[in-house]
Design a protein around this ligand. Structure first.
Ligand code: ADP
Ligand code: MG
Length: 395
Protein backbone atom coordinates (compact mmCIF):
# COMPACT_ATOMS: atom_id res chain seq x y z
CA UNK A 1 0.00 0.00 0.00
CA UNK A 2 1.26 3.36 -0.95
CA UNK A 3 -0.52 6.61 -0.19
CA UNK A 4 0.27 10.09 1.08
CA UNK A 5 -0.79 11.10 4.59
CA UNK A 6 -1.50 14.50 6.17
CA UNK A 7 2.18 14.70 7.11
CA UNK A 8 3.24 15.05 3.47
CA UNK A 9 1.00 18.02 2.70
CA UNK A 10 1.49 21.68 3.62
CA UNK A 11 -2.00 22.89 4.54
CA UNK A 12 -1.09 26.48 5.47
CA UNK A 13 -3.59 28.81 3.82
CA UNK A 14 -4.98 25.98 1.71
CA UNK A 15 -8.54 24.74 1.46
CA UNK A 16 -8.75 21.02 2.19
CA UNK A 17 -11.79 19.07 0.97
CA UNK A 18 -12.12 16.31 3.53
CA UNK A 19 -14.38 13.31 2.82
CA UNK A 20 -15.68 11.97 6.12
CA UNK A 21 -18.23 9.36 7.21
CA UNK A 22 -20.55 11.09 9.66
CA UNK A 23 -23.57 9.01 8.73
CA UNK A 24 -24.53 8.86 12.40
CA UNK A 25 -27.65 7.26 13.92
CA UNK A 26 -30.43 9.49 15.30
CA UNK A 27 -32.93 8.79 18.07
CA UNK A 28 -35.67 11.28 18.95
CA UNK A 29 -34.02 13.99 16.87
CA UNK A 30 -30.64 13.62 18.61
CA UNK A 31 -27.44 11.95 17.48
CA UNK A 32 -27.46 8.71 19.49
CA UNK A 33 -23.89 7.53 18.83
CA UNK A 34 -20.91 9.88 18.34
CA UNK A 35 -18.39 7.20 17.32
CA UNK A 36 -18.18 8.26 13.68
CA UNK A 37 -17.93 11.96 14.52
CA UNK A 38 -15.22 11.41 17.14
CA UNK A 39 -13.28 9.22 14.71
CA UNK A 40 -12.72 12.08 12.23
CA UNK A 41 -11.84 14.79 14.76
CA UNK A 42 -8.06 14.12 14.67
CA UNK A 43 -7.97 14.81 10.92
CA UNK A 44 -10.03 18.00 11.22
CA UNK A 45 -7.91 19.25 14.13
CA UNK A 46 -4.58 18.45 12.46
CA UNK A 47 -5.49 20.29 9.25
CA UNK A 48 -6.90 23.25 11.18
CA UNK A 49 -3.81 23.39 13.40
CA UNK A 50 -1.61 23.44 10.29
CA UNK A 51 -3.46 26.57 9.12
CA UNK A 52 -5.73 24.85 6.62
CA UNK A 53 -9.37 25.61 5.93
CA UNK A 54 -11.39 22.45 6.48
CA UNK A 55 -14.33 21.75 4.16
CA UNK A 56 -16.18 18.56 5.02
CA UNK A 57 -17.80 16.39 2.35
CA UNK A 58 -20.15 13.66 3.51
CA UNK A 59 -23.28 11.68 2.74
CA UNK A 60 -26.17 11.09 5.09
CA UNK A 61 -28.74 8.34 4.54
CA UNK A 62 -29.85 7.25 1.09
CA UNK A 63 -31.62 10.19 -0.60
CA UNK A 64 -30.92 8.60 -4.02
CA UNK A 65 -29.95 11.77 -5.88
CA UNK A 66 -32.78 13.99 -4.62
CA UNK A 67 -33.00 16.68 -1.97
CA UNK A 68 -34.66 14.99 1.02
CA UNK A 69 -34.92 17.44 3.95
CA UNK A 70 -34.95 14.60 6.52
CA UNK A 71 -31.50 13.64 5.25
CA UNK A 72 -29.96 17.08 5.52
CA UNK A 73 -26.53 17.19 7.15
CA UNK A 74 -27.63 20.39 8.87
CA UNK A 75 -28.99 18.07 11.56
CA UNK A 76 -25.50 16.75 12.24
CA UNK A 77 -23.89 20.22 12.43
CA UNK A 78 -24.69 20.86 16.16
CA UNK A 79 -23.25 17.49 17.23
CA UNK A 80 -20.15 18.11 15.13
CA UNK A 81 -19.65 21.54 16.72
CA UNK A 82 -20.12 20.11 20.21
CA UNK A 83 -17.65 17.25 19.75
CA UNK A 84 -15.11 19.42 17.93
CA UNK A 85 -15.47 22.30 20.38
CA UNK A 86 -15.45 25.01 17.71
CA UNK A 87 -18.03 26.51 15.34
CA UNK A 88 -18.80 24.65 12.10
CA UNK A 89 -20.30 26.65 9.22
CA UNK A 90 -22.86 25.02 6.95
CA UNK A 91 -23.60 25.40 3.21
CA UNK A 92 -26.96 24.47 1.66
CA UNK A 93 -25.34 22.66 -1.25
CA UNK A 94 -22.05 20.84 -1.79
CA UNK A 95 -21.35 22.61 -5.13
CA UNK A 96 -22.26 25.90 -6.85
CA UNK A 97 -22.78 29.35 -5.35
CA UNK A 98 -23.81 28.36 -1.81
CA UNK A 99 -20.71 26.20 -1.46
CA UNK A 100 -18.36 28.73 -3.10
CA UNK A 101 -19.61 31.62 -0.96
CA UNK A 102 -19.23 29.59 2.23
CA UNK A 103 -15.71 28.49 1.30
CA UNK A 104 -14.72 32.11 0.48
CA UNK A 105 -15.83 33.20 3.94
CA UNK A 106 -13.57 30.64 5.69
CA UNK A 107 -10.38 31.67 7.48
CA UNK A 108 -7.45 29.35 8.20
CA UNK A 109 -8.32 26.96 11.04
CA UNK A 110 -12.07 27.21 10.41
CA UNK A 111 -14.42 24.38 9.50
CA UNK A 112 -17.30 24.18 7.03
CA UNK A 113 -19.75 21.32 6.48
CA UNK A 114 -21.30 21.00 3.02
CA UNK A 115 -24.76 19.57 2.43
CA UNK A 116 -25.25 15.84 1.68
CA UNK A 117 -23.31 14.86 -1.45
CA UNK A 118 -25.98 12.25 -2.24
CA UNK A 119 -28.55 15.01 -2.88
CA UNK A 120 -26.92 14.99 -6.33
CA UNK A 121 -27.55 11.99 -8.58
CA UNK A 122 -23.99 12.38 -9.88
CA UNK A 123 -22.50 11.32 -6.53
CA UNK A 124 -23.25 7.62 -6.76
CA UNK A 125 -22.71 7.67 -10.56
CA UNK A 126 -19.22 9.11 -10.03
CA UNK A 127 -20.20 11.90 -12.42
CA UNK A 128 -17.23 13.90 -13.74
CA UNK A 129 -19.12 17.21 -13.60
CA UNK A 130 -19.98 16.75 -9.95
CA UNK A 131 -16.43 15.70 -9.11
CA UNK A 132 -15.15 18.81 -10.94
CA UNK A 133 -17.66 21.00 -9.08
CA UNK A 134 -16.40 19.65 -5.77
CA UNK A 135 -12.72 19.86 -6.73
CA UNK A 136 -13.17 23.52 -7.78
CA UNK A 137 -13.84 24.41 -4.14
CA UNK A 138 -10.42 23.51 -2.77
CA UNK A 139 -6.71 22.88 -3.18
CA UNK A 140 -6.24 19.44 -1.63
CA UNK A 141 -8.42 16.33 -1.23
CA UNK A 142 -8.25 14.29 1.98
CA UNK A 143 -10.13 11.00 2.23
CA UNK A 144 -10.90 9.99 5.81
CA UNK A 145 -13.86 7.74 4.99
CA UNK A 146 -12.51 4.20 4.69
CA UNK A 147 -16.04 2.91 5.25
CA UNK A 148 -17.12 4.55 1.97
CA UNK A 149 -13.95 3.61 0.06
CA UNK A 150 -15.46 0.48 -1.53
CA UNK A 151 -17.72 2.76 -3.57
CA UNK A 152 -16.42 4.68 -6.59
CA UNK A 153 -18.41 7.85 -6.03
CA UNK A 154 -17.70 11.45 -7.06
CA UNK A 155 -16.70 12.43 -3.51
CA UNK A 156 -14.65 9.26 -2.84
CA UNK A 157 -12.99 8.50 -6.17
CA UNK A 158 -13.69 11.02 -8.95
CA UNK A 159 -12.45 14.02 -6.95
CA UNK A 160 -9.25 12.24 -5.88
CA UNK A 161 -8.11 12.23 -9.50
CA UNK A 162 -8.53 15.99 -9.85
CA UNK A 163 -6.58 17.30 -6.85
CA UNK A 164 -3.46 16.43 -4.88
CA UNK A 165 -4.79 13.81 -2.46
CA UNK A 166 -3.95 12.00 0.74
CA UNK A 167 -5.42 9.79 3.46
CA UNK A 168 -6.76 11.31 6.68
CA UNK A 169 -5.75 9.99 10.10
CA UNK A 170 -8.62 7.49 10.39
CA UNK A 171 -8.08 6.13 6.89
CA UNK A 172 -4.35 5.90 7.63
CA UNK A 173 -4.95 3.99 10.88
CA UNK A 174 -7.39 1.62 9.23
CA UNK A 175 -5.13 0.87 6.26
CA UNK A 176 -2.10 0.40 8.51
CA UNK A 177 -4.00 -2.04 10.75
CA UNK A 178 -5.40 -3.99 7.83
CA UNK A 179 -2.00 -4.20 6.18
CA UNK A 180 -0.55 -5.60 9.41
CA UNK A 181 -3.28 -8.27 9.42
CA UNK A 182 -3.36 -9.47 5.83
CA UNK A 183 -1.09 -7.42 3.59
CA UNK A 184 2.16 -7.94 5.37
CA UNK A 185 1.42 -9.94 8.53
CA UNK A 186 3.61 -11.68 11.06
CA UNK A 187 3.08 -15.44 10.69
CA UNK A 188 1.46 -17.73 11.51
CA UNK A 189 -1.79 -15.98 10.62
CA UNK A 190 -5.13 -17.42 11.72
CA UNK A 191 -8.47 -16.24 10.36
CA UNK A 192 -11.83 -16.85 12.00
CA UNK A 193 -14.81 -16.73 9.69
CA UNK A 194 -18.20 -17.31 11.20
CA UNK A 195 -21.67 -15.92 10.86
CA UNK A 196 -24.82 -17.12 9.29
CA UNK A 197 -24.17 -18.17 5.72
CA UNK A 198 -21.46 -19.40 3.38
CA UNK A 199 -23.23 -17.76 0.43
CA UNK A 200 -22.52 -14.24 1.71
CA UNK A 201 -18.85 -14.98 2.35
CA UNK A 202 -17.68 -17.11 -0.59
CA UNK A 203 -15.25 -14.53 -1.96
CA UNK A 204 -13.94 -13.92 1.53
CA UNK A 205 -13.24 -17.62 2.16
CA UNK A 206 -11.66 -17.96 -1.28
CA UNK A 207 -9.27 -15.07 -0.65
CA UNK A 208 -8.40 -16.02 2.93
CA UNK A 209 -7.31 -19.59 2.20
CA UNK A 210 -4.64 -18.22 -0.11
CA UNK A 211 -3.33 -15.83 2.57
CA UNK A 212 -3.65 -17.38 6.03
CA UNK A 213 -2.04 -20.40 7.66
CA UNK A 214 -5.18 -21.57 9.46
CA UNK A 215 -8.84 -20.82 8.85
CA UNK A 216 -11.33 -21.45 11.65
CA UNK A 217 -14.85 -21.83 10.30
CA UNK A 218 -17.68 -21.33 12.77
CA UNK A 219 -21.29 -20.26 13.10
CA UNK A 220 -24.00 -21.29 10.70
CA UNK A 221 -21.53 -21.58 7.85
CA UNK A 222 -19.68 -24.38 9.62
CA UNK A 223 -22.89 -26.43 9.31
CA UNK A 224 -22.70 -26.21 5.53
CA UNK A 225 -19.13 -27.54 5.67
CA UNK A 226 -20.04 -30.34 8.11
CA UNK A 227 -22.97 -31.39 5.90
CA UNK A 228 -20.72 -31.30 2.83
CA UNK A 229 -18.39 -33.73 4.63
CA UNK A 230 -21.30 -36.10 5.22
CA UNK A 231 -22.03 -35.23 8.85
CA UNK A 232 -25.61 -34.88 10.08
CA UNK A 233 -26.77 -31.33 10.85
CA UNK A 234 -30.40 -31.99 11.81
CA UNK A 235 -32.57 -28.90 11.48
CA UNK A 236 -29.59 -26.49 11.62
CA UNK A 237 -29.22 -23.44 9.45
CA UNK A 238 -27.38 -25.02 6.51
CA UNK A 239 -27.00 -24.32 2.80
CA UNK A 240 -27.18 -27.85 1.41
CA UNK A 241 -27.06 -26.51 -2.17
CA UNK A 242 -23.54 -25.20 -1.46
CA UNK A 243 -22.11 -28.62 -0.60
CA UNK A 244 -20.03 -28.75 -3.81
CA UNK A 245 -18.71 -25.25 -3.19
CA UNK A 246 -17.76 -26.15 0.38
CA UNK A 247 -15.93 -29.28 -0.84
CA UNK A 248 -14.07 -27.18 -3.44
CA UNK A 249 -12.93 -24.81 -0.68
CA UNK A 250 -11.75 -27.79 1.39
CA UNK A 251 -9.77 -29.17 -1.58
CA UNK A 252 -8.28 -25.78 -2.45
CA UNK A 253 -7.26 -25.17 1.17
CA UNK A 254 -5.43 -28.51 1.24
CA UNK A 255 -3.67 -27.69 -2.02
CA UNK A 256 -2.33 -24.35 -0.76
CA UNK A 257 -1.49 -25.63 2.73
CA UNK A 258 -4.12 -23.72 4.67
CA UNK A 259 -5.33 -25.68 7.70
CA UNK A 260 -9.14 -25.66 7.83
CA UNK A 261 -10.57 -25.93 11.33
CA UNK A 262 -14.17 -27.04 11.84
CA UNK A 263 -15.97 -27.61 15.16
CA UNK A 264 -15.21 -30.98 16.77
CA UNK A 265 -18.12 -30.73 19.18
CA UNK A 266 -21.41 -28.89 19.02
CA UNK A 267 -24.00 -27.26 21.22
CA UNK A 268 -27.44 -28.28 19.99
CA UNK A 269 -30.99 -27.28 20.93
CA UNK A 270 -34.51 -27.89 19.66
CA UNK A 271 -35.50 -24.22 19.58
CA UNK A 272 -33.79 -21.04 18.30
CA UNK A 273 -34.35 -19.27 21.60
CA UNK A 274 -32.33 -17.91 24.51
CA UNK A 275 -31.85 -20.51 27.27
CA UNK A 276 -33.37 -23.25 25.13
CA UNK A 277 -32.71 -26.69 26.58
CA UNK A 278 -29.34 -27.74 25.07
CA UNK A 279 -26.72 -30.50 24.94
CA UNK A 280 -23.08 -30.84 23.97
CA UNK A 281 -22.71 -33.54 21.29
CA UNK A 282 -20.25 -34.68 18.64
CA UNK A 283 -23.04 -35.51 16.21
CA UNK A 284 -26.19 -33.44 15.72
CA UNK A 285 -29.43 -35.41 16.34
CA UNK A 286 -31.98 -35.35 13.50
CA UNK A 287 -34.47 -33.19 15.44
CA UNK A 288 -31.92 -30.68 16.80
CA UNK A 289 -30.08 -27.61 15.50
CA UNK A 290 -26.47 -26.56 16.02
CA UNK A 291 -26.35 -23.16 17.75
CA UNK A 292 -22.76 -22.98 18.97
CA UNK A 293 -19.37 -24.69 18.96
CA UNK A 294 -18.66 -26.90 21.99
CA UNK A 295 -15.92 -26.65 24.66
CA UNK A 296 -13.46 -28.98 22.88
CA UNK A 297 -13.73 -26.80 19.76
CA UNK A 298 -13.09 -23.70 21.85
CA UNK A 299 -10.01 -25.34 23.34
CA UNK A 300 -8.75 -26.19 19.86
CA UNK A 301 -9.29 -22.59 18.73
CA UNK A 302 -7.53 -21.23 21.83
CA UNK A 303 -4.51 -23.45 21.07
CA UNK A 304 -4.35 -22.18 17.51
CA UNK A 305 -4.58 -18.57 18.73
CA UNK A 306 -1.73 -19.24 21.18
CA UNK A 307 0.48 -20.51 18.35
CA UNK A 308 -0.35 -17.58 16.02
CA UNK A 309 1.11 -14.09 15.73
CA UNK A 310 -1.78 -12.55 13.81
CA UNK A 311 -5.55 -13.01 13.97
CA UNK A 312 -8.16 -11.69 11.60
CA UNK A 313 -11.78 -12.26 12.58
CA UNK A 314 -15.14 -11.84 10.90
CA UNK A 315 -18.32 -13.56 12.02
CA UNK A 316 -19.44 -15.00 15.37
CA UNK A 317 -18.91 -18.70 16.18
CA UNK A 318 -22.53 -19.25 17.18
CA UNK A 319 -25.92 -17.63 17.60
CA UNK A 320 -24.30 -15.09 19.94
CA UNK A 321 -27.45 -12.99 20.45
CA UNK A 322 -28.98 -15.88 22.43
CA UNK A 323 -27.52 -16.92 25.78
CA UNK A 324 -25.84 -19.33 26.34
CA UNK A 325 -25.09 -19.81 22.64
CA UNK A 326 -22.64 -16.90 22.84
CA UNK A 327 -20.24 -19.06 24.89
CA UNK A 328 -17.80 -20.13 22.16
CA UNK A 329 -17.68 -16.62 20.69
CA UNK A 330 -17.10 -15.09 24.14
CA UNK A 331 -14.39 -17.58 25.13
CA UNK A 332 -12.49 -17.30 21.86
CA UNK A 333 -12.79 -13.50 21.93
CA UNK A 334 -11.46 -13.32 25.50
CA UNK A 335 -8.56 -15.62 24.61
CA UNK A 336 -7.66 -13.35 21.68
CA UNK A 337 -7.92 -10.30 23.93
CA UNK A 338 -5.66 -11.93 26.55
CA UNK A 339 -2.98 -12.84 23.97
CA UNK A 340 -3.16 -9.35 22.49
CA UNK A 341 -2.69 -7.79 25.93
CA UNK A 342 0.28 -10.10 26.48
CA UNK A 343 1.78 -8.80 23.24
CA UNK A 344 1.99 -12.13 21.40
CA UNK A 345 -0.92 -11.58 19.02
CA UNK A 346 -1.95 -8.83 16.61
CA UNK A 347 -5.75 -9.04 16.45
CA UNK A 348 -7.97 -7.33 13.90
CA UNK A 349 -11.72 -7.80 13.60
CA UNK A 350 -14.62 -6.29 11.69
CA UNK A 351 -18.22 -6.83 10.59
CA UNK A 352 -21.47 -5.51 12.06
CA UNK A 353 -22.39 -8.52 14.19
CA UNK A 354 -18.75 -9.32 14.94
CA UNK A 355 -18.15 -5.91 16.52
CA UNK A 356 -21.36 -6.31 18.55
CA UNK A 357 -20.28 -9.80 19.65
CA UNK A 358 -16.78 -8.69 20.68
CA UNK A 359 -18.26 -5.79 22.63
CA UNK A 360 -20.66 -8.16 24.37
CA UNK A 361 -17.72 -10.40 25.27
CA UNK A 362 -15.93 -7.39 26.77
CA UNK A 363 -13.00 -8.14 24.46
CA UNK A 364 -13.21 -5.39 21.86
CA UNK A 365 -11.09 -2.83 23.69
CA UNK A 366 -8.16 -5.24 23.91
CA UNK A 367 -8.10 -6.07 20.21
CA UNK A 368 -5.33 -4.37 18.24
CA UNK A 369 -7.86 -2.91 15.84
CA UNK A 370 -11.62 -3.14 15.41
CA UNK A 371 -12.87 -1.95 12.06
CA UNK A 372 -16.27 -0.33 12.05
CA UNK A 373 -16.21 0.01 8.28
CA UNK A 374 -18.73 -2.78 7.53
CA UNK A 375 -18.96 -3.37 3.77
CA UNK A 376 -15.56 -1.82 3.01
CA UNK A 377 -13.90 -4.10 5.59
CA UNK A 378 -15.52 -7.20 4.07
CA UNK A 379 -14.50 -6.21 0.53
CA UNK A 380 -10.98 -5.66 1.74
CA UNK A 381 -11.05 -9.16 3.36
CA UNK A 382 -12.20 -10.47 0.00
CA UNK A 383 -8.98 -9.10 -1.48
CA UNK A 384 -10.76 -6.50 -3.62
CA UNK A 385 -9.18 -3.20 -4.51
CA UNK A 386 -11.11 -0.36 -2.87
CA UNK A 387 -11.59 2.44 -5.43
CA UNK A 388 -11.42 5.20 -2.83
CA UNK A 389 -8.04 3.90 -1.63
CA UNK A 390 -6.67 3.13 -5.08
CA UNK A 391 -7.43 6.70 -6.21
CA UNK A 392 -5.28 8.30 -3.51
CA UNK A 393 -1.99 9.74 -4.63
CA UNK A 394 1.03 7.52 -4.04
CA UNK A 395 3.80 8.71 -1.77
P1 ADP B 1 -21.03 -10.01 10.48
O1 ADP B 1 -22.17 -9.03 10.54
O2 ADP B 1 -20.05 -9.78 11.59
O3 ADP B 1 -20.36 -10.06 9.13
P2 ADP B 1 -22.81 -12.23 9.96
O4 ADP B 1 -23.92 -11.27 9.66
O5 ADP B 1 -22.27 -13.01 8.83
O6 ADP B 1 -21.64 -11.48 10.76
O7 ADP B 1 -23.32 -13.33 11.01
C1 ADP B 1 -23.94 -13.05 12.22
C2 ADP B 1 -25.17 -13.89 12.41
O8 ADP B 1 -24.90 -15.28 12.32
C3 ADP B 1 -25.76 -13.69 13.78
O9 ADP B 1 -27.06 -13.15 13.65
C4 ADP B 1 -25.79 -15.08 14.40
O10 ADP B 1 -26.95 -15.34 15.17
C5 ADP B 1 -25.78 -15.96 13.18
N1 ADP B 1 -25.32 -17.32 13.50
C6 ADP B 1 -24.12 -17.71 13.92
N2 ADP B 1 -24.08 -19.02 14.17
C7 ADP B 1 -25.32 -19.50 13.92
C8 ADP B 1 -25.93 -20.78 13.98
N3 ADP B 1 -25.23 -21.86 14.35
N4 ADP B 1 -27.22 -20.90 13.63
C9 ADP B 1 -27.92 -19.80 13.26
N5 ADP B 1 -27.41 -18.56 13.17
C10 ADP B 1 -26.13 -18.41 13.49
MG1 MG C 1 -24.23 -9.19 9.89
Amino acid sequence: MNFKTLDQIDFAGKTALVRVDINVPFENGQVSDFTRIDAVLPTIRDIAAAGGKVVLLAHFGRPKGKVVPEMSLRQVQPALEARLGQPVAFAEDCIGKPAKDAVSALKPGEVLLLENTRFHAGEEKNDKMLAAGLAALGDVYVNDAFSAAHRAHASTEGIAKLLPSCAGRLMEAELTALDAALGNPQRPVVAVVGGAKVSTKLDLLGNLITKVDALVIGGGMANTFLAAMGQPVGTSLCEHDLADTAREIITKAKAVGCKLVLPVDLVVAREFKAHADHQIVTECPADAMILDAGPASVEQIADIFSGSRTLIWNGPLGAFELEPFDTATNSAARKAAELTRAGTLVSVAGGGDTVAALNRAGAAQDFTYISTAGGAFLEWMEGKELPGVAALEAE
